[in-house]
Design a protein around this ligand. Structure first.
Ligand SMILES: Cc1ncc(COP(=O)(O)O)c(C=O)c1O
Length: 398
């Protein structure tokens, strides 16, 4: 067997199941899961219609690069959303469909990392767990950059030693961040692009929460808009990852895309051709439509706004919790150890949240997930409100 498999950590939800084992929550209280980042609003009807209309597509093998129609819809969306010059996104060269960003974020490291050059991959801490697994299975060493409140939950990139950048082959960034919701500003993204040029590494920007934000007039910037604004209109060393899972409430569709540097995407297409991960034709048709529709995304944002409003009113006076810049998570401090808190909350109220330390590692003498929990505001509004009251009940009793 591949010895690197031994280096993988149990996934956070396995750790959570272990934590909850043997605990009997009160049966009189309905279970509420705020632990998984899975939107529970219905997917828009047109996605289902497009899937049904295109079912006959299963009779043919799809191309790994997807249909021109899908890549064009993605290019149009990117140009509209991030203010990019339309001609800078060539559907033939700058866009590839992926079956959700999870597989793409994983596969990307396998494609980019050169095992023969003592590879290091830099990532935020806490982080979406796929980055670490991808890095370990690519034979690289992960380097964790702590995201702490003092720095607005953005890594202190300036404090990273030159030797680290020197060995870095790939940098994962996540903006808006999971679990912190922190948004990396354009100027910071631009300084990362400069570093990438100087030290010859690639930036993988995970932007799958980019469409969940509070202010309609102030959407989070992205790596491509940052690159274009500094004259890098060929997006050299930049690749972004976008998803319909959160944007369009369609996590089961398994649909996203990568876009950016044509030279890197050419190699990634080669990798993917052998890996065998073409998108099913009905999914391509539904995705093409979804990237052309915005009304359901706006409605979605409005719903999250109402949830944050209601939940923060309840939790704000009871615990240290901030409204995130974007995304659908809260990342509050816990009055006791985060694992103990999650266990206690479940035992007393049948509400499940994710201990922060399950999403982070010890680095530079601290574990930035300790004494925090991740709360996903994905259930319907009334359930979120009910859960918030139960959380407050436990916090105030401790
Ligand atoms: C930060 C982040 N990136 C990527 C993903 C993967 O999303 P998908 O594979 O559904 O596109 C998730 C899912 O929770 C996530 O939180």
């Amino acid at each position: 067997m591949n010895p690197e498999l031994q280096r993988l950590q149990p996934y956070p939800f396995e750790k959570l199941a272990e934590l909850k084992r043997g605990v009997n929550p009160p049966a009189a209280r309905d279970p509420i899961a705020l632990s998984v980042g899975e939107p529970r609003q219905s997917a828009p009807g047109f996605i289902l219609e497009e899937l049904a209309t295109h079912l006959h597509g299963v009779a043919a093998y799809p191309l790994t690069r997807g249909t021109r129609g899908l890549r064009t819809a993605v290019g149009d969306w990117l140009a509209r959303r991030f203010g990019l010059a339309r001609e800078s996104i060539d559907p033939e060269r700058n866009v590839l469909p992926v079956n959700g960003t999870r597989e793409a974020l994983f596969a990307f490291a396998q494609c980019v990392v050169d095992r023969g050059r003592d590879p290091l991959v830099v990532m935020p801490n806490p982080f979406y767990q796929i980055y670490e697994g991808a890095v370990l299975l690519a034979g690289a060493e992960p380097a964790y950059l702590n995201c702490v409140a003092r720095n607005g939950f953005i890594p202190d990139f300036d404090a990273v030693p030159e030797e680290v950048w020197g060995r870095c082959q790939l940098l994962y960034v996540c903006s808006p961040g999971n679990p912190t919701g922190a948004v990396i500003e354009t100027t910071t993204l631009q300084s990362l692009i400069e570093l990438a040029h100087r030290h010859d590494f690639v930036i993988a920007s995970d932007e799958c929460y980019s469409e969940i934000y509070p202010d309609e007039d102030n959407p989070p910037p992205g790596l491509l808009s940052a690159a274009a604004a500094m004259g890098n209109t060929r997006y050299q060393r930049c690749v972004v990852f976008h998803s319909l899972s959160k944007r369009s409430n369609a996590p089961g569709l398994r649909s996203g895309f990568v876009a950016g540097d044509a030279g890197i995407l050419k190699q990634f297409l080669l990798y993917r051709t052998y890996h065998g991960c073409a998108m099913a034709p009905p999914v391509q048709a539904a995705s093409t439509r979804a990237w052309r529709e915005e009304a359901h995304v706006e409605a979605n944002r409005e719903l999250y706004r109402r949830k944050f409003e209601a939940v923060l009113q309840i939790l704000g006076p009871a615990m240290q919790v901030d409204r995130p810049q974007a995304g659908f998570y809260l990342w509050p401090e816990t009055p006791i150890d985060d694992r103990e808190f999650a266990r206690e909350l479940y035992a007393r109220t049948n509400v499940t949240v994710l201990p922060g330390s399950f999403l982070s590692r010890n680095a530079d003498g601290i574990n930035p997930g300790e004494r925090r929990v991740r709360i996903a505001l994905v259930p319907p509004l009334d359930e979120c409100v009910d859960a918030a009251k139960r959380i407050r009940e436990v916090v105030t009793s401790l």
